[in-house]
Write a new protein. Structure first.
Length: 206
């Protein structure tokens, strides 16, 4: 992981963390108001939900990420939303792991998935990018697929439609109740990962 190691060297003298987080939780999405309601920003919605529930302010602005630190169920965590676009999410992941001197296995990535029905969530300890460019960027930057990820279903695009346009489009109002329920389940699953571990959480939420 040469990129990650180089970033760690740059941050060696500026680590401001007094209590290292147990988990770095990153939600993927695109910055800017024009993307705020898009399916591709479900990861951002989840981070906003978690930060609001646990009073964790994302007040630190790095070039590559918005960052906040706090406690969930007695466990110190870091929450982050990349300031890069989805396709460059690896830059933020690299920075965050270097900043906290943590390994890829201590990174939980939350993102949208068109292969899952709307409202379904799936937690896994690792695996392929599955066509998601943000996860592909993180995998390339870290040099490994072995980091936990929580996929949030946004449903498949209609046959023959443009996939990019679909993920950058908004979820219809009639479906928002289902989408919001999934975001709530993600927040519960994150708390469960911290208190009960990933295996137990997969059995409960997948």
């Amino acid at each position: 992981m040469p990129i990650l190691n180089a970033a760690r060297k740059l941050l060696k003298r500026s680590n401001r963390v007094s209590v290292p987080p147990k988990l770095v939780i990153v939600g993927l999405g695109n910055p800017g108001e024009e993307y705020a309601s898009s399916r591709h920003n479900v990861g951002f919605w989840c981070i906003d939900r978690i930060s609001g529930e646990h009073s964790i302010s994302l007040s630190r602005r790095n070039r590559s990420a918005l960052l906040g630190e706090g406690v969930i169920e007695g466990n110190p965590v870091a929450l982050a939303k990349p300031r890069t676009f989805v396709n460059r999410s690896g830059e933020a992941a690299t920075y965050l792991l270097a900043r906290f001197r943590m390994s890829p296995g201590e990174l939980l990535v939350i993102y949208d998935d068109i292969t899952l029905p709307l409202g379904k969530i799936r937690l896994r300890p690792g695996g392929s990018a599955g066509g998601h460019n943000g996860v592909k960027s993180i995998t390339q930057a870290l040099g490994t697929q072995d980091f936990p990820r929580l996929r949030v279903g946004v449903g498949a695009p209609p046959p023959g439609s443009d996939q990019i346009g679909y993920v950058l489009g908004s979820i219809p109002d009639d479906d928002m109740e289902t989408a919001n329920a999934a975001v709530d389940r993600v927040a519960q699953a994150v708390a469960s990962v911290l208190t009960e571990g990933i295996d137990t959480t997969m059995n409960r939420f997948n």
